[in-house]
Design a protein around this ligand. Structure first.
Ligand code: PLP
Length: 481
């Protein structure tokens, strides 16, 4: 931010907090406290980032007061001319940014974007052709048995996605999730030796299972995916290829992932969040080919509640930022920093799933320190390092305790961290983990949750991280009065 913008943001936020405090001072206080906490912590949560003041401010307006179900020019409510402007600009930026034929900027979150995609695929591939066939009869003559048949058709569809413990997301067919209930699902994993995707195995599974939807994309896989290969597999079995780029959209936008690693030219439908590596407001996004556009467009009100117009406006601002040259530099730095972080662990004897990274995240297997992911996460938090525990492939500790911690570089890269800072981060984490012991259970066994961090380590690590955090302030120049 320039000095001028910092000064404007400082006074805008200070005044906004005064207005809020006049109604509920505790909320104004918590808002101040959150800024202080975010400034003081070493945030390595791979799915988080820091949006710019311009993006954040765009969310705090009267666009929040407007109902705008429907699409641009076809609303179920009157008086949507300004929402139309905002939504059109956001969609135009998204199309240009990603080179997509069509963009739908209404989803409230990444999961909502996936629900819209599932709906759209079922409507386009199953309901559409079925209704067309039935129209021959005249739709008014459809019997209860006809509708029953359609429901059966819809409910008989199959989805193949990446398993949760290999790095997939809950919405990629995890059985307890809605995606695992609305579809018959099967999952593909990674190679137990290398931790890498094995495309031949994915293809073999697809040939046998014949899914309607093949889902690619991940939340915790530290490597790039060949989407051209995924499309070949989808085409061979007649599946729709859906790519969920929620985590790595920023690397696609910033041209770090190009060619076969860019999902947009290869997938029928691409879904995303806008708040992770893309650094926008909390929200979702669907990109699609022209073929799927009409069914995606019906997302609201078929799947989604009324669009959050204030957030669509903030998406437009964030996409405009991501189209600037500086965003490419940012995205490349995110990937370079992940490599520095990974090297930092490897040179200190750390164990990484897949042995490294070529995206924005690193998955550390903490078993060699005798800890569960849960103990590692808590010990690190005590030392001011914010991470999250994560399963490793074929995790012996299950999905709750886990054996790994997931680390991402997008947030601290926004603060200006580079190679040296991330090398220090690896050092601090190894320092905490190698000075942590598992606690004992009441029965005298080895606990999976409690832990003992050696005296003095938390303070030492906090002091060293405060030093680098102070050199790279969050929202530099933004001072609340
Ligand atoms: C984070 C994530 C989501 C969910 O996003 P929300 O905005 O939290 O709903 C969906 N898919 C993947 C792959 C994700 O990483």
């Amino acid at each position: 931010m320039t000095d001028d913008l910092s000064r404007l943001s400082s006074s805008a936020y200070s005044q906004a907090l005064e207005v809020i405090a006049s109604v509920e001072p505790r909320i104004a206080e918590a808002t101040r406290a959150e800024l202080a906490d975010q400034r003081a912590s070493l945030k390595l949560i791979a799915s988080e980032n820091y949006a710019s003041p311009a993006v954040l401010m765009t969310m705090g307006t009267w666009f929040s007061d407007k109902y705008a179900e429907g699409t641009v020019g076809h609303r179920f409510y009157a008086g949507c001319q300004n929402v139309d402007t905002v939504e059109s600009i956001a969609a135009e930026h998204a199309r240009e940014l990603f080179g997509a034929e069509y963009a739908y900027v209404q989803p409230h979150s990444g999961i909502d974007a996936n629900l819209v995609a599932f709906w759209s695929i079922l409507a386009h591939r199953v309901e559409g052709p079925w209704l067309e066939k039935a129209q021959a009869k005249n739709v008014n003559e459809l019997t209860d048995a006809d509708w029953e048949e359609l429901r059966r058709e819809l409910g008989n569809q199959r989805l193949l996605g990446m398993s949760l413990d290999a790095g997939g997301h809950l919405t990629h067919g995890f059985r307890p999730n809605i995606s695992g209930k609305m579809f018959h699902q099967q999952q593909y994993g990674t190679d137990p030796e290398t931790g890498l995707l094995d495309y031949d195995k994915v293809a073999a599974k697809a040939r046998e299972f014949k899914p309607l939807v093949l889902v690619a994309g991940y939340s915790a896989y530290p490597r790039r995916v060949d989407f051209a290969k995924m499309r070949e597999i989808a085409d061979e079995v007649g599946a729709t290829l859906m790519v969920d780029m929620a985590h790595f959209a920023g690397l696609v936008a910033g041209n770090v992932f190009t060619g076969d690693e860019d999902p947009v030219p290869h997938a029928h439908i691409v879904t995303s969040t806008t708040h992770k590596s893309l650094r926008g407001p909390r929200g979702g996004l669907v990109l699609a080919t022209e073929e799927y556009a009409p069914s995606v467009d019906r997302g609201c009100p078929m799947v989604l509640g009324g669009p959050l117009s204030h957030v669509m406006a903030a998406k437009a601002v964030a996409f405009a930022e991501a189209r600037q040259d500086s965003f490419r530099g940012y995205a490349q730095q995110v990937a370079d920093n992940a490599k520095s972080l990974a090297e930092g662990f490897l040179t200190r004897g750390g164990d990484l799933v897949t042995g490294g990274t070529d995206n924005h995240l690193v998955l550390v297997d903490v078993s060699k320190y005798g800890l569960t992911g849960r103990q590692a996460e808590s010990a690190l938090l005590e030392a001011g390092v914010v991470t999250n525990r994560n399963s490793v492939p074929a995790d012996p500790n299950g999905a709750w305790y886990t054996s790994g911690i997931r680390l991402g570089t997008p947030a601290l890269t926004t603060r200006g961290f580079g190679h040296d800072e991330f090398d220090t981060v690896a050092d601090l984490i190894v320092e905490v983990l190698s000075n942590t012991q598992p606690g004992t259970t009441k029965a005298g066994g080895r606990s999976k949750a409690s832990f003992v961090l050696a005296d003095g380590v938390a303070d030492k690590v906090k002091a060293r991280s405060a030093e680098i955090l102070d050199k790279h302030p969050l929202y530099p120049g933004l001072e609340l009065v």
